[in-house]
Design a protein. Structure first.
Lengths: 246, 246
DNA sequence: CGCCCGGTTGACTATGGTCAATACGTGTGG
DNA sequence: CCACACGTATTGACCATAGTCAACCGGGCG
């Protein structure tokens, strides 16, 4: 199943040091986190937790991509969130996972056992503060998705997804968001469909349509070139200037 | 516009004392909150904040119902949340409202000016802790809505909305959730449609269908009698037993 | 080589949206 | 008191968007 690793990464050199739940920690606090952390790796496709499962740990994604999703009895599934490096998994104070958590690519987590982490949170306000900020960001993101799911057309949904992924990649890589953009999308058509509340056929058709119209170009199946990012944004249905989130 | 009130409510007698952001405060912390709070009342239909507006305050709903919503340029709007008494408005650390906030009924807010509140939060972990819990609950609720918006049929959406409102009413009034239930729904057909990502016509048709099939009965326009709550739940598409949230 | 997985495309269908007419309740003013 | 307007809700006819079902493509791998 999972492949435990030794703690070969020291927090000081951790790639998500400045973005994860530990971002605001001083060296003292970091030491205490370091003492209770351990790493865990999942293969692509592996389930990290099922909805309703007890989860003995909380943690941060260090590397790779995972998804949060929920499935109706008859198999309809809805993705609820993309977990990228630095995103947090689990809810302090609640041991049952509310959702299915699945590794999309190979994923490495920095895990904290629940009890020690909760105790640590109680005495290190910097962790709780950072977690509040991150949770508020996720809430904004979830609400942005509500608008997409409830009110956007298939084409707008696709354009919005691409724009969101591009934006998240650019904050990770510091690329800029004008003109020509390259998007590495780590999702199958089916995963995109589950994100957008569409079928995979509709996703495929809409991507083909954007391609036909010259708004995007495919490079292989999983890399998308956007000729003009502004043109893509114009397809999202969003207010151009005003308050885009996440 | 707004009708400022004197601070006639003392926190000790506040109806939301044990559920709002101040729930975990000890008497010392409560005193400090008391020192910076003021009340504000909005009439039904009045806008509390527009998306993008600077908001000089944060606060709690004390009385009444408000909505969070977002609107695309062409007028399509999506409700993002219902704000009931004890719910929190605004985001610490960000002065611009991300959403439109509208009073549905007459609403009284317990407001805190932004700066003093943020300073207070930095030194009273109980406020931040409670806010984190509330935010995590809202995040779960938002994700439940994502599933409804993305994957449910019109009929399932209506049934889910009724079930959610019934559940929220029952936690406020301690009614029980079996058999015959009475739901006071404070929303117009259009507001329901904006919640569910439907048109008001579809909402009307689905409600008529549920009525025709004897699952619900209307008493006036705004009161719904559910003959058998289990039968309503069977129409939501949800897993019967497992993990319903919110 | 042939299978499997993921993706694309086509033909047809169904669900929900659009537009429009009608109904109903309430408050206003003649 | 009635007439009227208004906002809200219901219903119908028609239509469009996205879903369903199915065929086919292409690359990677046993």
């Amino acid at each position: 199943m999972t492949i435990p690793l030794t703690n070969e990464i020291h927090c000081g050199e951790c790639p998500i040091r400045h973005r994860a739940v530990c971002a605001k920690c001083d060296s003292d606090e970091l030491e205490r986190l370091e003492a209770i952390k351990y790493y865990r790796t999942y293969e692509a496709g592996q389930t990290i937790a099922w909805a309703g499962d007890e989860m003995s740990f909380l943690g941060s994604v260090v590397r790779g991509v995972a998804t949060l999703s929920q499935t109706l009895e008859d198999g309809r599934t809805q993705m609820l969130g993309l977990l990228l490096p630095s995103d947090f998994i689990g809810r302090p104070g609640r041991s049952a996972s509310a959702y299915d958590v699945t590794a999309v690519s190979e994923v490495t987590l920095c895990c904290f056992r629940r009890r020690p982490f909760e105790q640590l949170m109680a005495v290190t306000p910097h962790v709780a503060e950072r977690l509040l900020d991150m949770t508020l960001d996720e809430l904004d993101a979830a609400r942005e998705w509500m608008l997409i799911l409830g009110r956007k057309t298939a084409r707008e949904k696709i354009a919005s997804l691409l724009a969101i992924i591009a934006r998240r990649e650019s904050t990770l890589t510091l690329g800029n968001l004008k003109g020509r953009i390259e998007i590495n999308l780590p999702l199958t058509r089916e995963a995109m469909a589950d994100y957008l509340g569409l079928t995979l056929e509709t996703v495929s058709r809409q991507i083909s349509a954007l391609k036909r119209e010259g708004i995007i170009t495919l490079d292989g199946k999983r890399k998308i070139l956007v000729e003009d990012f502004e043109a893509l944004l114009a397809e999202t249905g969003d207010d151009m200037d005003g308050g885009m989130i996440a």
